[in-house]
Design a protein around this ligand. Structure first.
Ligand code: URA
Length: 289
């Protein structure tokens, strides 16, 4: 695996090229280069520890789900208007089985439940292993995702890929979805009406996949899935719960691209998730004298 933080630097550089308005000072990049966190994750990840979906599960989740501190918010979530995919919403030529992720994805691609359909190029239902043990949930598609119809394929997605690899998973092991499935214009935060119209799709996806752990990327994901009002600074790094599933909120990769000082905390959050899967994160490398 290429080293996480080397790639992070590359991602920051490419993001600065992509978004010239966003300043990343050379000294910032230099600091990233010499940061102790970079040293920590530079250690090559043991191949044998990687999670293989086809192979036997690497290790049991370290703690039983019941050991996760119960979060009242999950239980207290008021019922939302369920978005139940209707088979008749699908084009008749599609021979998909209702109740499957593929059926739901096709429904999403034809969805007109909120005005975001008018400006989308493609809906982005989500993708990944239908039996994923680990699920990542972001906010909503950006321009690259809108063009390709796939989640997290732009600069933030490249960073997410590196985070997944640093956790000793592969992208194809996990499932990646968003709160809203269509791009909000100019990448603005989804409005409550949009999120509420769409969240049922995500709830269905979670119910079908039943991951062992969900990582929420950013405050918007935490806000709309858990109905938590706190900012991500307060929520990150704490085990929460959604429908009995342990949830770890952390910073959104886009935020990490802008705010590189947050990378250390994000890595701490991801290490907690790794330990939950029985994966011991690499020990920090000692600096050469
Ligand atoms: N940001 C998100 O929240 N989701 C994506 O799919 C891409 C960028």
């Amino acid at each position: 695996m290429t080293e996480f933080f080397t790639q992070l630097i590359e991602a920051l550089e490419s993001e600065s090229l992509r978004r010239p308005g966003m300043k990343i000072a050379p000294e910032t990049l230099a600091e990233l280069n010499s940061s102790p966190v970079k040293e920590e994750v530079k250690q090559p990840l043991p191949q044998a520890e990687r999670t293989e979906r086809a192979a036997p599960a690497p290790a049991p989740v370290a703690a039983p789900v019941s050991a996760v501190p119960a979060v009242p918010a999950a239980a207290e979530i008021p019922p939302r208007a369920a978005v139940v995919p209707e088979p008749q919403e699908l084009p008749p030529q599609k021979n998909l089985v209702p109740g499957t992720l593929e059926h739901l994805a096709e429904t999403v691609r034809h969805c007109r439940r909120c005005p975001l359909w008018e400006t989308r190029l493609n809906a982005v239902p989500g993708e990944g292993n239908p039996h994923a043990r680990l699920m990542f949930i972001g906010e909503g598609p950006g321009a690259d995702e809108d063009r390709q119809g796939r989640p997290f394929v732009g600069a933030a997605g490249q960073l997410l890929d590196k985070m997944i690899l640093a956790m000793q998973f592969r992208r194809e092991d996990v499932y990646i979805a968003n709160i809203v499935k269509c791009r909000p214009p100019r990448n603005r935060t989804p409005m409550p009406e949009e999120a509420n119209a769409c969240i049922g799709y995500l709830e269905h996806q979670i119910r079908m996949i039943r991951p062992e752990v969900i990582v929420l990327l950013g405050a918007t994901a935490a806000h709309f899935l858990l109905q938590r009002e706190e900012g991500i600074m307060r929520l990150r790094g704490r085990w929460l719960e959604y429908d009995g599933i342990p949830v770890m909120p952390t910073f959104h990769p886009s935020f990490l691209l802008r705010q590189e000082s947050a990378k250390r905390e994000a890595w701490e959050d991801l290490k907690q998730v790794m330990r939950r899967f029985g994966i011991e994160p690499p020990a920090p490398r000692r600096r050469a004298q």
